[in-house]
Design a protein around this ligand. Sequence first.
Ligand SMILES: [Zn+2]
Length: 334
Amino acid sequence: MSERIVFPALLGNDRLRRVFAADAAAGKSAHAYVLEGPPGSGRHTAARLIAAASLCENRSDPSRPLPCGSCVSCRKILGGLSVDVLTVSRGERATLGVGEIRTVKETLYVTPNDGERKFYFIEDAHLMTVQAQNALLLSLEEPPPYVLFFLLCEDASLLLETIRSRAPVLRMERFQPDFIEEWLESRFPHPDRERLVTAAHLANGALGMAESLYRDGDEALENYRNASELVRLLLAGRRSETAAFASALPLQAKDRARLRQILTLARWALRDIIADKRGGTLLFYSAKDGLPAYAKKIPLRRCADLIAKLARAEEDIASNVTPSLVMTSLAANA
Ligand SMILES: [Zn+2]
């Protein structure tokens, strides 16, 4: 018999699939899962699929995918229409505090409306205060049998060990830029190539992030272009042109984060030149298009030297040196 299709709507993530399928086959389910990954990596999608799978009316029919996606229960949960899916979020606040967790406690013993289970989606769980984590722990220790928690977070190591020991950590898969490029091509016919490469390379391995960068990433695209041009000028060794270009970059105090990103990207581009010679994976340039012609004959020592200078400039910006000074000195010394 062929293996059952689990989570048909999720790309990659074989480990998550295997863990969940094994739990389901053994008829057991954790009371909580930690789903870890960067924004746009599919944490919400995975949580919804696990929730739907646990209530799918066809869950014991191995000839159907899990979840089937077509029964009433699946349609409600996957369509975001189920009142038994409760989201806990921090709203505009910087942390997720005791107040938000209190709502979990208050509703925990209200039995599910539709099915046999109800679900809590705790967003930005890595931003829970220690007090909030301790408050949640009380609910995680002995939850009513129908409750399933999903702790969606960017970094599970920020959760208390006592929480992690009660909730298996499932890491969302990070995809390589060349895979993301292909995936974006399949979603956007006749894509804008430069935009697509930018989105694929700045997405931090997360498909959802790549998609939103492709749709709305005007600033990301401009940063990518600026980094690319900065590298071209640095490699050409034209100091006055580099200085003129650098002085036109965003150099206000409010632009610090942006300027750092441009410098980081430029460093990735130089690192790619080294990686390309050694058969490594490209982080900045598209594997499909390869390196630009001007980057191909640059000695590795020159790349390494520029990487160190860019890293130094990034540190200076982080430690509050005036951006225009940092860039003038970079252009003069590179
Ligand atoms: Zn179903």
